[in-house]
Design a protein around this ligand. Sequence first.
Ligand code: FAD
Length: 258
Amino acid sequence: MKAPSFAYAKPRSLTQALELLERPGAKILAGGQSLIPALNMRLSAPELLVDITGLEGLSKIEVRNGSVRIGALCTHTRVERSAEVREHLPLVAEAVAHIAHPAIRNRGTLGGSLALADPNAELPACALALDATLIVAGRKGERRVQAAGFFKALFETDLKPDEILVGIEFPKATKSVFLELARRQGDYAIVGLAGVSRGAEKRIALFGLAATPVLLKPKSLEEAKKALPTPNGDLYNSPATKRHLAGVLLERAWTRLS
Ligand SMILES: Cc1cc2nc3c(=O)[nH]c(=O)nc-3n(C[C@H](O)[C@H](O)[C@H](O)COP(=O)(O)OP(=O)(O)OC[C@H]3O[C@@H](n4cnc5c(N)ncnc54)[C@H](O)[C@@H]3O)c2cc1C
């Protein structure tokens, strides 16, 4: 199938992009790795695609005092290859390597992945485990949203249709673990786990279990296992299988976070 017809604009400034997004039926296009297949399958029919890849300043990786700010337009490949990300956010560097394959990672963006909020995606879980702050631009200025309040439901976030996710601030974390079970390398996860240990606190985000990643802040492995939600099954895995797999990942992660 072919995509339905749409108008296309490539703004050169954030202000211009935000103006265009006020038009009825306008939708942001970033790397296009999820949106274009959705158009081709006629799952989405926007009237205007606002291509934000020409906006300057949204592809930077900046190390600050206690955090690393990554621009929303940073591709998965750029994040994967960044020495700063590997040093201060090893969780994110590890997770990105599990996304699809190089051709998709070369175009897909961090902001696109978080804005899409696929329940089986790696990066929303990392944002939650790291307690990241998402920076959202609108016509009235910027607002900051904690990851815990950003992922609302299946493919649904706190973003309004006329807002642009411009950057993500990740507090640094050097003790972390990323684990994923998938049928083949590069497939979306069946179940995955992003865990961070800061002092006595452990933050573990499980994905593939529910409509959004699930955050646990357990004191013990037993407490973590008890707090597991009843998972959603999928075409291939029953809720019981998914719960079992999540328990296995928790056991593997626990010693590495302790
Ligand atoms: C075969 C295949 C396998 C894949 N496997 C995986 C996988 O294993 N794990 C995984 O996580 N992903 C996977 N992906 C998806 C990939 O990671 C995408 O790059 C990502 O989900 C979306 O990023 P994008 O930049 O391509 O966004 P686009 O496709 O351009 O946009 C996706 C959505 O986000 C919105 N959007 C994009 N950027 C912004 C922004 N800055 N602010 C507000 N809204 C925005 C768009 O309007 C659209 O609704 C796969 C894709 C394909 C085609």
